[in-house]
Design a protein around this ligand. Structure first.
Ligand code: ARG
Ligand code: ZN
Length: 853
């Protein structure tokens, strides 16, 4: 049943033009679909269309109604033998959007109609050649009640709108750009619309329209401005302009993912559109700008040039994530953005490589495509693009992009086509580099150094090795760009090394023994091993040019503390952090760096998942205890400094603006430690009650949660009362409740799912509760009695019947049973085996069966 990349065949028939007419009705939407078909060979043959959960009413060929014995309908296909080389096919179909809780195809979100077609959702709207290499021109008619659904939207340009005598309206949209079915979209509803405009460099006036739930118009302003910034940035950085007269964004509450780049009509999860200072945090604002950018950038990298098949998903996603990261870096702090990306790779992506779902950024085999919208395809994919950028330089990369569009505009292509464009535009052989697309797993880079004082020579001896992964036993050496700085005599010398072999030696002429800063900017997505002393790490943290390397030195310092704490723990002693670390922190607090956000980042003890990733077998409880003790020690030892630093950072009237964001980040870190110190109730309560924005309020709740502070319950109930009507904000309360690191949380989880605002049908709610439970509450999720695992397993099974995509994402933390000690292994295996005895969706079956084989 699994599909393989090696089985790719160009389609025998293609569809050049599509005309869709929808008569909307919650339980019985009528669709007439007319296709102009053409065979590639010019010969007649059998046409096989994809379709799922459709009620087919009739089929006509070139205007003739077909008898039911002229075609065959199965659960997944419509088979039409003897199709002429050129034909017009008409299908009449009935849909039930109200019953669609999978949120794929046409469904209802709070009474509004909307669609999600990527990857293979169009086949739940109509029988079709539902594959990205079939590009057709779409015309869409929507007929619906004019009062109930004043907004009737689809891709492209609105060409007509007519009020019918029966009170319904008939609108027609034409999209001039041929596109694959996954980019189709339809929306119908009663929204508020925020309007703006943008004039492109070549003078095209583009109408920008944001459709949001009634009453939310003011909360869309930031998203609109973000879009304008993204449009300008893509012109300046890549010379890419928008190509239609209108760009629409619709915010819906029911959505499986973040957002979708449908041509001219993006559909967004409302949490990535709506924000104001009272209801959204600095992080929410940041995410909105980044995702608005991401979907906009897809217009070229995804829509104008699309994927030949779904194995090539990283062609558009890795590249577009790289582009949105560059955009965010230019809008804010490049270093902070890079640190965030590194965290994602080191936690989620390395974990994926180490687990049963390991795959290359271009997977070779897929059962359910929705399972491959992964941090490997997206974020490691972006790292691979970033390495090209590092190797070719910004100008070389731009030349490659220009050639890519020149060659492939309007086509459905492969990752090889992209690398070839980069290669040809730069006259550089990238054959070896292409291995990144085939090989899964996390390379380990071991480095030793030698200094020869007589010869005045410093040598780096490097070895790379990629351990076997669940999907692939044998690994080959990769091309690794390794950025290095040599620190000596107060100076830093930068180098870019290219490692191509299993083992390699690099020498440098120096007069003094330097401290090497390795893998600066995280120039390749690998695990680095080098024996640094504590002093060397502190020196890097102070003197390296590259901010990421400075932050990384502190991370490595903490990893050393964690190992030492585990050793102390096994001999029954409580581990005390070394004086040098307190001293480093003390100095940072007394004299913060110019970049306050970076200072905040340095002052933060790494999160559980960041530390856990270093272990083949994760010592859960010991890690949780050690990290908690580190925070307690820092809090107590530096109590006065946290307080002074906190006081020096007075709150000002809220603006989402870089300096302010940075200041709030540092204040929040101080507050976090202060919550671990006795006698700070007044200060915590004061910040909660007097702040004019969500960032500062949430910081109080988070600090109280982390320290299991007695104020937590009181402030949480105030928060719930304040935001009860605003469920998008209430999600923050759901998440905080579910991540309380004490045993009563198991009762809390039950209360949360019984809360009047909770809904199993809404993915945001389910993720707010259970995503937070396993991502932010390791102590309870991994509780000794296996209760956390059982909880999540029950939820996954319940969700699988409602929404398989959401179920399949939630199951992830259960799959990695091999990473834990034997008691936990047994518990995890037992819940997975029990799951496998049930009737599972493809999505869930693929993951659970792989984890047990
Ligand atoms: N292309 C979308 C994005 O990157 C993701 C949509 C994926 N949806 C899904 N159900 N697999 O923004
Ligand atoms: Zn994307």
């Amino acid at each position: 049943q699994a599909k393989k990349l090696s089985d790719y065949k160009a389609p025998e028939f293609t569809i050049t033009d599509v005309e869709l007419s929808f008569e909307l009705n919650p339980q019985a939407t009528k669709l007439t679909a007319v296709y102009q078909l053409k065979s590639a060979s010019g010969k007649a043959g059998t046409l096989i269309l994809d379709g799922q959960e459709l009620k087919l009413l009739s089929v006509s060929l070139d205007g003739q109604l077909l008898n039911a014995d002229c075609y065959q309908v199965t659960a997944e296909q419509l088979i039409l033998p003897g199709m002429p080389a050129k034909a017009q096919l008409e299908l009449n179909i009935e849909l039930n959007p109200q019953a669609n809780t999978a949120l794929e195809g046409l469904y209802l979100s709070n009474g509004a109609y909307c669609t999600q077609c990527e990857a293979e959702g169009f086949r739940r709207i109509s029988y079709y050649l539902d594959r990205p290499d079939v590009l057709a021109r779409f015309t869409t008619h929507i007929i619906a009640d004019d009062t109930a659904y004043p907004a009737l939207l689809s891709n492209g340009n609105l060409v007509s709108s007519t009020l019918l005598p029966d009170g319904r309206r008939h609108v027609t949209w034409v999209d001039p750009f041929p596109k694959p079915s996954y980019l189709f979209a339809l929306v119908a509803g009663d929204f508020d619309c925020l309007k703006g405009s943008y004039t492109t460099g070549s003078g095209r006036e583009v109408a920008l329209e944001f459709y949001v739930d009634k009453g939310n118009k003011n909360r869309a302003q930031f998203a609109l401005e973000s879009l304008q910034r993204a449009m300008l940035w893509d012109e300046q950085r890549f010379g890419l302009e928008y190509d239609l007269d209108i760009y629409m964004v619709v915010a819906v509450d029911f959505f499986n993912m973040g957002a979708m780049e449908n041509k001219g009509l993006n559909v967004f999860n409302s949490k990535y559109v709506l924000a104001d200072q009272q209801s959204a945090t600095d992080t929410d604002f940041f995410n909105i700008e980044s995702i608005i950018g991401h979907e906009y950038f897809h217009n070229w990298t995804g829509n104008r040039v699309t994927c030949r098949d779904w194995f090539q998903l990283s062609l558009k996603e890795g590249l577009t994530v790289f582009r949105d990261q560059q955009f965010s870096a230019d809008m804010g702090s490049a270093t902070l953005n890079r640190i965030d990306a590194v965290k994602t790779i080191r936690t989620a992506q390395f974990a994926e490589d180490a687990g049963p779902m390991a795959h290359p950024i271009r997977p070779q085999q897929v059962l359910e495509m929705n399972n491959f919208y992964t941090v490997t395809v997206y974020d490691k994919g972006a790292e691979v693009i970033r390495m090209l950028h590092t190797l070719l330089g910004q100008d070389g990369f731009r030349k490659g992009m220009d050639l890519y569009f020149k060659r492939h505009d309007g086509q459905a292509v492969t990752c090889d086509d992209f690398v070839n464009a980069m290669q040809d535009a730069n006259g550089r052989d990238l054959t070896l580099f292409s291995r990144w697309y085939q090989q899964s797993g996390t390379p380990e880079l071991k480095v030793h150094s030698q200094f020869d004082a007589k010869k005045r020579e410093f040598k780096l001896l490097m070895q790379q090795h990629t351990p076997a992964t669940a999907d692939q036993a044998d690994k080959e050496p990769l091309l690794l760009p390794v950025r290095v700085e040599l620190l000596a005599e107060g100076a830093s010398l930068p180098y870019l090394l290219e490692m191509t072999e299993t083992q390699q030696e690099f020498s440098f002429a120096v007069s003094q023994k330097p401290v090497p800063v390795l893998l600066a900017d995280f120039s390749a997505p690998v695990k680095l091993q080098y024996q640094y002393s504590m002093d060397e790490l502190l020196q890097i943290a102070r003197d390296a040019k590259d901010g990421v390397a400075r932050w990384d030195a502190i991370q490595q310092l903490w990893q050393i503390q964690v190992k030492a704490a585990i050793e102390a723990n096994s001999s029954g002693a409580e581990y005390q952090l070394p004086a040098a670390l307190f001293e480093f922190y003390r100095q940072l607090l007394v004299k913060p760096l110019d970049d306050l956000a970076f200072t905040a980042e340095l002052l933060t003890v790494p999160a559980y998942d960041m530390v856990a990733e270093q272990f083949d077998e994760i010592p859960v409880q010991t890690l949780v205890v050690a990290l908690q003790s580190f925070q307690q020690q820092l809090a107590t030892q530096l109590a006065e400094q946290w307080q002074l630093c906190y006081q020096s950072l007075q709150a000002e009237a809220y603006q989402y603006q870089q300096q302010q964001v940075a200041k709030r980040a540092l204040r929040s870190v101080c507050l976090h430690y202060l919550a671990f110190v006795a006698g700070k109730d007044e200060l915590l309560r004061q910040q909660y009650n007097s702040s004019d924005n969500m960032t500062d309020q949430l910081a109080v709740l988070r600090a109280c949660r982390s320290a299991s502070h007695p104020l937590f319950a009181e402030l949480m109930s105030a928060f719930e009362q304040r935001w009860n009507k605003d469920v998008l904000v209430l999600d923050k309360w759901f998440s905080l409740s579910a991540s309380y690191p004490q045993p009563p949380v198991f009762n809390t989880l039950e209360q949360l799912t019984a809360h009047p605002q909770f809904s199993w049908q809404n993915p945001n709610r389910v993720r707010a509760v259970f995503g937070a439970f396993y991502q932010q509450n390791p102590a309870m999720f991994h509780s000794e009695d296996g209760k956390g695992y059982q909880q999540l397993a029950d939820v996954v099974l319940k969700m699988d019947a409602i929404n398989p995509q959401v179920a399949s994402r939630l199951v992830t933390p259960l799959l990695s049973w091999k990473r834990y000690q034997s008691a936990r292994q047994q518990q995890l295996k037992a819940v997975l085996q029990a799951m496998l005895t049930r009737d599972l969706s493809n999505d869930l079956y693929e993951k659970v069966s792989k984890s047990l084989s």
